[in-house]
Ligand binder design. Sequence first.
Ligand code: AMP
Ligand code: GLY
Length: 441
Amino acid sequence: MGTQKRVLVVGSGGREHALAWALARSPYVEQVYVAPGNAGTSWPATPRTGPWAPAAPCARVPVAADDFDALIAFARQEQVALTVVGPETPLAAGIVDAFQAAGLRTFGPTRAAARIEASKAFAKAFMARHHIPTGRHATFTDFEAALDHVRRAEYEVVIKASGLAAGKGVIVPQTPEEAEAALRRIMVERAFGAAGDEVVVEERLYGQEASVLAFTDGHTIVPMPAAQDHKPVFDGDRGPNTGGMGAYAPAPLITPALMDEIVRTVLRPAVDGLRAEGTPYVGVLYAGLMVTDAGPRVLEFNCRFGDPETQVILPLLESDLVEVLEACVEGTLDRVAVRWRPAAAVTVVAASEGYPGNYPKGRPISGIEDAEALPGVVAFHAGTELQGGRLVTAGGRVLNVTAVGNDLHQAVERAYEAIGRIHFEGMHYRRDIGAKALTAR
Ligand code: AMP
Ligand code: GLY
């Protein structure tokens, strides 16, 4: 592999902090860059001691994730050996194609392969072509036709804007009137802009949700420990949806037998199908699943690492992340034995006052060092900035306080003890992250 590599992470959230943290621990890496990053993605070289200390230094690069020309210029100038793309927007816009054209190694799917997330209409048609289990559905570009379908459908419906809508384009209506209003909002009022030019009307499914992410080089598939996200803002899954208020892994809901079934019926046909259609998929393939009484069903595919799932999955990775990612890019994933710690991880999101609605910024944050003094704890930054040398809030989701424990119970205890040591005005968080897995069984 060669040592002394420089690696670049594109993005600015907790997922990207976790990626940078994991990459910095590789003995092959001499420098990590994050563009544009946040206040957490900058640290000096640290001695390679203890399991948690990042070792290689990390620096921020003041370039936006959608400025491909500037990112390519930076990667060339700094002789970056590998670029890892966090968010879906640059992937859907073809950042990997642009980097490849410039002769730069990049981890992530091409624009064509990223359609699996960027177009829900494409994803549903693709799943039908390859017999991947998912809810019944129909796709529309015409409002009247969609309305007619919703009125006649034999199933309860979910309404989805086909394009990327920052996780907000899915509406699960409680009544037929709400379903029609959702169609009107997306197709007539264009609440999500061009993302709503096409709409998927889908059968509503019931069960428990799980996220199954896998590394793939286009042939070999290496699933990661299954995770569960917590989208609603309040305890007990109440209140409006957020970008995710916490996660844990592994999710006991996904037994080894169920994981085998998911690989066989979902991930394998997806990776083979994309390759057969001339758009081979390299990167992380993320299946958002509903585990129903009739088996797992795909709610959505994502073309990237999950946020906040990554913050609990990467701390469980025992293998070298650089080695795994490079093997994906090189098409040699079958030669890497990817190992996971026999442990569990939990992340609790510390959110700003008012989030997911409007929230203030610039509030001073304290206590992170005390929190990280606890065993197995690391506070990934999601929305933070430095203001005159002071750490302040800069987003709705501010920190992802993460803990690893021997089991889920210990991880939960540590994460909550840690977040209890952190303070900023108006901070709120869910108290029941992981509770579902601890009470089930
Ligand atoms: P998606 O972005 O497609 O994963 O949808 C966001 C959320 O909407 C999911 O995490 C589910 O909670 C919910 N959802 C999406 N599709 C369905 C469905 N067919 N049935 C029930 N809930 C759904
Ligand atoms: N945790 C949801 C997502 O990454 O899309």
